[in-house]
Write a protein that binds this ligand. Structure first.
Ligand code: C5P
Length: 335
């Protein structure tokens, strides 16, 4: 581990990071831990849809954060600031009498990923902030230390340190890359303007008996195996019917937000595709062989929402976009 104190005169370099959204292609809940967290078996896929994080030198004093785009709530609660503080502490600048703390950072975050949407934008921002802060300071941390910090910041954060689709197990801390997916399949995302709190969805899940289905677990294990050994985008799309029901939180999200039931049905009818739910929702997704085909479908959704053929629940028009699954490490972290 190299602390920033190794070169205190070094000028802090501005750093840019893309923080991708994620999609849960499957989500099996296979148990509950004594601390209340749930044990998962889930195939996560990162998306080209991403927040942009820039880090530069701050004037001194505490780290600062400016957020543009989607409203991410109070800046003081933002995981970006917590990630920078935790990373600074780990590189050795947090102890009285220790080396000089790593310099304060001015962070600017462009939120392109809807918030409280099941896309883990906040967790991805946190992973990007850890990685970006280390680069800005010219510091390094051993992978196991990074992983431990990420897991403390949130269940979904370790996934974003890996890059590419992965099998995520445990509370989220076990991440095994699955790098067998061919050129990035296209995805249409439709996020109704109804923020959904993940703990509430898990609470409904527990209230309904707290048991995931065996078929979700089997679909999840099967997909992980296929993504390990090699799967084309077309083959993934062909499995969409099974994948869109392989989410043990789907029922609970629909109980919590009943308006999603007719909306999901109408969206499926409009696109003539099975429609999945990402994580605890409310983002709905459909798979396409390419991003270009997803873009045509996203346009069709926007038009149908606009002319009233697809009435959307929520306080405003839904967020609709076309994106693609990022398939591996080679896909960039920097814009
Ligand atoms: O870890 P994170 O703060 O992102 O989790 C948000 C909430 O989601 C937790 O408070 C918990 O209610 C729920 N959760 C869970 N089991 C997981 C991950 C999240 O119960 N594996």
């Amino acid at each position: 581990m190299t602390g920033p104190a190794s070169d205190p005169t070094r000028r802090l370099m501005p750093v840019l990071r893309l923080a991708p959204a994620k999609l849960n292609l499957t989500l099996a809940v296979i148990g509950r831990r004594p601390d209340g967290f749930h044990v998962l078996h889930s195939v996560f896929a990162p998306l080209a849809l991403a927040d942009r994080l820039s880090l530069g030198p701050a004037a001194g004093g505490p780290d600062t954060l400016h957020v543009a785009g989607f409203d991410a709530g109070p800046v003081g609660d933002n995981l970006v600031l917590r990630a920078i503080v935790a990373t600074r502490f780990a590189v050795g600048g947090g102890w009285p009498g220790g080396p000089r703390p790593a310099p304060s950072l001015a962070a600017r975050l462009e939120k392109h990923i809807p918030v409280a949407a099941g896309l883990a934008g906040g967790s991805s921002d946190a992973a990007a902030a850890m990685d970006g802060a280390l680069e800005a300071w010219g510091a390094e941390l051993a992978p196991d230390v990074r992983h431990a910090i990420a897991a403390r910041l949130g269940s979904d954060v370790p996934f974003f340190l890996a890059g590419g689709p992965a099998l995520v197990e445990g509370r989220g801390e076990s991440v095994v890359p699955l790098l067998g997916l061919g050129t990035g399949p296209g995805v249409v995302l439709v996020t109704p303007a109804i923020p959904v709190a993940t703990p509430e969805v898990f609470a409904v899940f527990d209230g309904l008996g707290g048991r995931g289905s065996g078929s979700t677990r089997m679909s999840s294990a099967h997909l992980a195996e296929e993504l390990r050994s090699g799967l084309s985008a077309a083959d993934l799309v062909a499995r969409a019917g099974a994948l869109t029901v392989a989410n043990d939180l789907l029922q609970s999200a629909l109980v919590l937000v009943p308006e999603l039931v007719p909306f999901r049905r109408a969206l499926s009818h409009l696109l003539a595709r099975p429609i999945g739910l990402s994580g605890s929702g409310p983002t709905l997704w459909a798979l396409y062989p390419s991003e270009a085909e997803a873009a045509v479908a996203a346009d069709a959704v926007r038009v149908a929402v606009g002319d009233g053929r697809l009435p959307a629940p929520g306080s405003a028009a839904p967020f609709v976009t076309a994106t693609r699954i990022l398939t591996g490490r080679h896909e960039e972290k920097e814009p």
